[in-house]
Design a protein. Structure first.
Length: 159
């Protein structure tokens, strides 16, 4: 997993990551017990409950490692109330001159996009997200797409 050092995350996202980690620590205790119980049954080659419990334990361990890396490699940012876009802001934009191309999403730190649970998101480190950080409603920003072409986006609103 790639972790961006000092990647900004909102304080509520930081709390969510820590809450998830707490739940996983409790789940790991139960799974460790299950693995030990099923291992004691003998014949590990034909012991499906053991293999299921072990796979679940490994999945929890991987997620705990991801969460620990995210928490250790990030800085918690507090919301800025000056009307500028930042991690945690809900941003409404219009692409180019297309009045039908209006989209609303939350700017998020790239490490927590998959588990954000906040609807549509945009990484603050993506070309679009980086262009929007620090913008205000009414601003027009241009950013470079991975293909090398430029795209213009108008900031309609920030919440």
């Amino acid at each position: 997993m790639t972790v961006i050092d000092n990647a900004p995350i909102g304080s509520s996202n930081s709390d969510d990551l820590r809450d998830e980690l707490t739940v996983l620590i409790e789940r790991r205790t139960v799974l460790s017990h299950d693995v030990a119980v099923h291992r004691a049954m003998g014949d590990l080659d034909n012991n499906d409950p053991y293999h299921r419990a072990l796979e679940s334990l490994l999945t929890v361990d991987r997620r705990m490692a991801e969460l620990n890396a995210l928490i250790a490699g990030s800085t918690t940012c507090t919301p800025v109330e000056n009307g500028t876009a930042h991690v945690g802001s809900v941003v409404t934009v219009r692409f180019g001159d297309d009045d039908n191309g209006v989209e609303t999403f939350t700017l998020m730190s790239s490490g927590i996009l998959a588990d954000a649970g906040v609807g549509d998101t945009c990484s603050s480190t993506s070309p679009l997200g980086a262009a929007l950080v620090g913008s205000r409603a009414g601003d027009t920003r241009t950013y470079t797409l991975p293909t090398g072409s430029s795209c213009m986006v108008h900031v309609v609103g920030i919440a």
